[in-house]
Design a protein around this ligand. Structure first.
Ligand SMILES: Cc1cc2nc3c(=O)[nH]c(=O)nc-3n(C[C@H](O)[C@H](O)[C@H](O)COP(=O)(O)OP(=O)(O)OC[C@H]3O[C@@H](n4cnc5c(N)ncnc54)[C@H](O)[C@@H]3O)c2cc1C
Length: 628
């Protein structure tokens, strides 16, 4: 074992959040920052750069390739839990969708007990993280956008965002007009005024190069020449080191493996954990911070008794229905079937003009919808009844306190027509979901052109766990998200699935689909709640938005961190990644993780008397309901 230099800050994990914090802290040349990343640098890898190749990175050396335990609510299936093992982390292999949470969701972080974590503070950090594209007059109709460019010119951050697949894809306009017809069209830029309604979504794709814009290319590569910033790849952290001083533990450094050697490095200021929602808790537990019973089982000395570590795992369950599209619509189905001619043509088109099917992943439009508005009167009674029956009991205990706090937030938002309970998306391709082997559902891509409409459960109540299952750092953690175990979740998502047909049947969306509607999978013909639940059990998958496993919450509600992101009971240790999110985003998580990490960097700078740069402010836009 060799011991090396001192750094002011040691960041564990050069992923989405880790590289944001590294680049911001190293703006001060007097601060020496080390990032330890287990994966390699994939900057030149075409699978990272080319948007449509994101699937090709799964289960490669760039993916941790985790799987959940068998999920009883999902017919005993295990669910793929991909996570980037590459510089940039999951931002290097995600599906590039770049969407905000709603104001209400972020404000609920504060109401759960995290002072200062609200939309007012966080909105400027979204603007600090990404650059919003300018929408010219001629594009507005095609994008279904009325006000975009005029309101968010303050978003000028490192991540370069664009409208994926070009503005002219007919799904965009059809989607916007369909939701206008249904009474749910979001007129404003969703990053300025995110609430209920549909919108044309952004992707983290550079508008000119049409390459992935992610934490490596946007935050790290432009500043990699800084002498005070040292990023070490292929360096896997084994544990955080502590010393006991003044009756409490203080993080003093980190032990990691590099080139077969075990190395110790010390910090003068802080260790910052950013290993993602599945591995930040693992590193804490391997270091002796967690539930004493679990640590004892694996012979790990307890440094801090913190049983909430690795609890509170939640994720977006997502499911979809693929409908046969009319012949005139361009879709990505030939690529999904890996047809050599289509692939070769797409490669040529992308190389020549950075356009075509490789320049995006097929997702173009989103809608955040409230379930309560379109439930039948009987459905509303059933939802209220279910909520009553599943209300956590008023009994003592940290877990109950946590569940009651979340329940209150979710119940209020489920019953509020101005808060979404589901996020819908459109995809210009069939989606190949797991199918019940007992049925004649297709198991792989089928011939034809399809448009898929998916729904994810925005604010799940179900909570699972991720814990070590060995003291050996090379062993994967045991991951049990307990998807849809709360009956409210199953019911709400099943109702959202039932609503997909209404979208498909409303013009002009209905005009892009062959009539009568023809589904890729016969099992996705959902006739009632039971058939929707059956379909979810067989085909629901993860949207890879795992969060909350080292959650920022008051300790008495099961928190691991305070609102300053410091781990309870330890000095000099903070967590800045998706594991700290108090509640998962309304839909896809990356924009939220970037904004969260941006604010985390400022909190750390302030704590150490470093200069904090200005955050661009969004104009204050009054909240409106169902703008049409
Ligand atoms: C396949 C997939 C598709 C997704 N699609 C979208 C999408 O379209 N839109 C969206 O908004 N979100 C999407 N997400 C989610 C989003 O990308 C993540 O929520 C976000 O990137 C998580 O950021 P993070 O910093 O918490 O973790 P990560 O970005 O995963 O970073 C953690 C880093 O820590 C490293 N690490 C872990 N353990 C160690 C260790 N012991 N030592 C050293 N380093 C370690 C990892 O290698 C990784 O680089 C997707 C995620 C996946 C996996």
């Amino acid at each position: 074992m060799s011991s090396t230099e001192h750094y002011d800050f040691i960041i564990i994990g050069g992923g989405t959040a880790g590289l944001v914090v590294a680049s911001r802290l190293s703006e001060d040349p007097s601060q020496h920052v080390l990032v330890l990343e287990a994966g390699a640098d994939g900057t030149e890898d075409p699978r990272v750069k080319t948007p449509a190749f994101f699937e090709a990175l799964k289960n490669t050396e760039a993916d941790w390739g985790f799987k959940t335990n068998s999920q009883p609510t999902l017919n005993g299936r295990t669910i793929a839990m991909n996570q980037g093992k590459v510089l940039g982390g999951s931002s290097a292999l995600n599906a590039l969708v770049f969407v905000p949470p709603t104001k209400g969701l972020v404000n609920s972080w504060e109401s759960l007990g995290n002072k200062g974590w609200n939309w007012e503070t966080l909105s400027s950090y979204f603007n600090k993280a990404y650059t919003s594209p300018i929408v010219d007059e001629s594009s507005r109709t095609m994008l279904g956008i009325d006000k975009w460019a005029s309101v968010n010119s303050s978003a000028k951050g490192p991540i370069q965002a664009s409208f994926p697949g070009g503005v002219a894809h007919p799904i965009r306009q059809a989607w916007a007009e369909t939701f206008t017809n249904m009474g749910y069209y979001m007129q404003d830029d969703p990053f300025s005024n995110p609430s209920v309604g549909s919108f044309s979504c952004l992707a983290s794709i550079h508008p000119e190069t049409k390459e992935r814009s992610y934490s490596t290319s946007a935050y790290y590569n432009p500043v990699k020449g800084r002498e005070n910033l040292h990023v070490l790849t292929n360096a896997e952290v084994v544990k955080i080191l502590f010393e006991q001083t003044g009756g409490s533990a203080k993080a003093t450094g980190v032990q990691y493996k590099h080139n077969g050697e075990t190395v110790t490095v010390n910090t003068a200021k802080e260790v910052i954990l950013a290993a993602g929602a599945l591995q930040s808790p693992k590193i804490l537990e391997l270091s002796g911070v967690g539930n004493p019973d679990l640590l004892d089982k694996y012979g790990i000395d307890v440094v801090v008794n913190l049983p909430a570590v690795g609890e509170n795992l939640h994720d977006h369950a997502v499911c979809s229905i693929s409908f046969e599209a009319v012949d005139e619509v361009d879709t990505l189905d030939a690529l999904a079937r890996q047809e050599p001619e289509a692939l070769s043509q797409a490669l040529q088109e992308y190389a020549a003009s950075k356009t075509g099917p490789l320049s995006y992943v097929g997702v173009t439009s989103y809608a955040y919808l409230p379930i309560v508005d379109y439930l039948t009167p009987e459905g509303q009674v059933r939802l209220k009844d279910l909520l009553d029956k599943n209300r956590p009991p008023e009994i003592e205990g940290i877990r109950n306190a946590r569940d009651r706090a979340y329940y209150e937030v979710v119940e209020n938002s489920l019953l509020d027509p101005n808060e979404p309970s589901g996020a819908y998306l459109s995809v210009a391709s069939q989606s190949v979901l797991p199918a019940d082997p007992e049925t004649d559902s297709p198991q792989g891509p089928v011939p034809g052109k399809f448009i898929t409409i998916g729904a994810m459960l925005s604010q799940p109540l179900s909570r699972g766990t991720v814990h070590i299952q060995s003291s050996d750092p090379s062993h994967a953690p045991s991951i049990d998200p307990e998807y849809l175990t709360n009956p409210v979740d199953m019911d709400v998502l099943a109702n959202h699935m039932l609503h997909i047909d209404a979208i498909a049947n409303t013009p002009p969306m209905s005009k892009l689909l062959k009539q009568p509607l023809n589904r890729r999978d016969p099992a996705s013909r959902l006739t009632d709640l039971e058939s929707a639940k059956r379909y979810l059990r067989a085909s629901m998958i993860s949207m890879w938005h795992m969060a909350g496993t080292c959650v920022m919450l008051p300790k008495e509600k099961g928190g691991v961190l305070g609102e300053d992101l410091k781990v309870y009971g330890v000095r000099n240790l903070r967590i800045v990644d998706s594991s700290a999110l108090p509640m998962i985003s309304t839909a896809n998580t990356q924009a939220t993780v970037y904004a969260f990490a941006e604010r985390a960097a400022d909190l750390i700078k302030q704590a150490w008397g470093m200069k904090v740069s200005n955050c661009p402010q969004s104009p204050d836009i009054p909240r409106q309901r169902h703008l049409v």
